[in-house]
Design a protein around this ligand. Structure first.
Ligand SMILES: Cc1ncc(COP(=O)(O)O)c(C=O)c1O
Length: 466
């Protein structure tokens, strides 16, 4: 039980709090089935508990944190903004941080030669809310153009886009979705290009082509019924850090164009340098000499504010924006959140984007990910590791009984949970996705911290699979 100078913190917490994404009973059991860790402050890659214990935040606090906790430049930007304007309605009013951030985002957004660029920014206040806005925009655009049959969304098997009902409808992780299925709008799921699912002898690129063939068939079978395809470029994060060959992005772009369907890139988890490039869409292989694809709608959140404040943005093309201009208010996008474009969050995001320039973050990340790769490689030989995969600053380890893809552990063994607990005891936050462990540290992580991470990962895999 976690106690400190203020008494039994755990009891106080459990008396009043309902924690996210948690079977609360596991906290109440009292045997630390699922430990509850009170954190007092953060410092770079470390989280520091009320009892003074330090935990290496290997999951960047749900993939939000970019440059480390309590990054002083972002903190200062928020403080300065708080002294001037903390919040103002964004309907009918404007403010500098919202405008400047939109300008900056559009400057750095993925761009494809010959395609009109992303041109407008709509703010929301968390990732799911951003996804909701993008889905509604896609549907409403076709509605405004009299294409009333286009009301379905295509999404990838094993994808994840958030927990609100619209976002959940286009997600395919059963643990989150199944119970709510009767409430959800209709979505069509197409096979994931997930390289882990490749047949023996099949390369990741071949797997991507096969998944693209299935997408083609689906779009053909539902011609004129689909408004958008939504996908997580490069990595299906909540689906177990499953990675695909970026060739799939190129094919998806081509197929969406051929079928007049909008492509929504959900860069909420992978944006802002996580996979090596500022946005994962940039990694699609060359077409006419230019790499990268440009989506019609792009959702960003999480790292957008460097991990300080909730904020999301949906970037849209001019064509989509223009489809809502009319004398009728009903043809407008009347979607709103009270805190849309919150000045504090926008100021944090501007400070975060500045750090990318001033610290040459992407270059540093390349060196860090090379180090992560070297530390992760030996795990491939572990008898319970079926796959070690990496995309930039994300490394994942798939644990199975016999170290192959056919023998997942019995979920009742809770191998991932056991590894999580064992890692916490060793001062590392290694929050698993089922039986998949992953490293997704803040970008400030140093060599010593990475070595600790690798050492603890090996020890807890041994312990959890013993
Ligand atoms: C790809 C992706 N989309 C959307 C979301 C939802 O974001 P939020 O948790 O801020 O609602 C997540 C969250 O993990 C995500 O990984």
């Amino acid at each position: 039980m976690i106690t400190d100078a203020t008494g039994d913190w755990r009891a106080r917490d459990l008396a009043v709090l309902w924690h996210p994404c948690t079977q609360m009973r596991e906290h109440h059991q009292g045997d630390d089935t699922l430990p509850l860790v009170p954190i007092e402050r953060g410092d770079g890659a470390w989280l520091i508990g009320r009892d003074g214990r330090r935990y290496l935040d290997a999951v960047s606090s749900w993939w939000t944190n970019l440059f480390g906790h309590a990054e002083p430049r972002i903190g200062a930007a928020i403080a300065a903004q708080a002294g001037a304007l903390e919040q103002v309605i964004l309907a009918g009013f404007s403010h500098a941080p919202a405008v400047e951030l939109a300008e900056r985002l559009l400057q750095v957004a993925p761009r494809e030669p010959g395609r009109a660029p992303l041109a407008k920014v709509f703010y929301a206040d968390n990732g799911s809310a951003g996804v909701e806005a993008a889905l509604k925009m896609a549907f409403h655009w076709f509605h405004n153009h009299g294409e009333h049959r286009r009301r379905k969304f295509v999404a990838l098997e094993n994808g994840y886009h958030g927990e609100t009902l619209g976002a959940l409808a286009v997600g395919d992780v059963p643990l989150y979705r199944r119970v709510y299925a009767p409430l959800l709008l209709e979505a069509l799921f197409t096979p994931s290009p997930d390289a882990y699912l490749a047949e023996p002898g099949e390369s990741a690129a071949q797997r991507a082509e096969r998944a693209a063939d299935a997408l083609r068939e689906l779009l053909e079978a539902h011609a004129g019924e689909i408004c958008a395809l939504i996908l997580e470029p490069r990595v299906q994060c909540a689906g177990g850090m499953r990675m695909h060959d970026p060739l799939y992005l190129r094919r998806a772009r081509e197929l969406c164009d051929a079928h007049g369907v909008f492509l929504i890139a959900d860069e909420i988890a992978v944006g802002f340098g996580r996979t090596g490039t500022l946005f994962a869409c940039e990694q699609a292989p060359a077409d006419n000499g230019a790499t990268g694809i440009q989506p019609d709608l792009m959702c960003v959140s999480k790292g957008l504010t460097g991990g300080f404040l909730p904020l999301a943005a949906v970037l849209a093309t001019q064509r989509i924006y223009d489809g809502f201009l009319d004398d009728s208010r009903e043809r407008a996008f009347l979607h709103s959140h009270s805190y849309t474009g919150n000045p504090l969050a926008c100021a944090a995001a501007l400070a975060s984007l500045s750090i990318f320039d001033s610290d040459d973050v992407l270059a540093r990340n390349r060196a860090t990910s090379a180090r992560m790769s070297a530390l992760a490689a030996p795990f491939a030989d572990h008898r319970h590791v079926a796959d070690v995969r990496q995309a930039g600053m994300i490394v994942a380890f798939e644990l199975t009984r016999d170290g192959d893809r056919r023998t997942p552990f019995d979920p009742a063994q809770r191998v991932g949970l056991r590894a999580y607990r064992a890692a916490l005891e060793r001062g590392v936050v290694l929050r698993p996705l089922g039986d998949i462990l992953y490293w997704m540290p803040p970008y400030c992580v140093d060599d010593a911290q990475l070595s600790l991470l690798a050492e603890v990962t090996r020890a807890v895999i041994d312990e959890a699979t013993a």
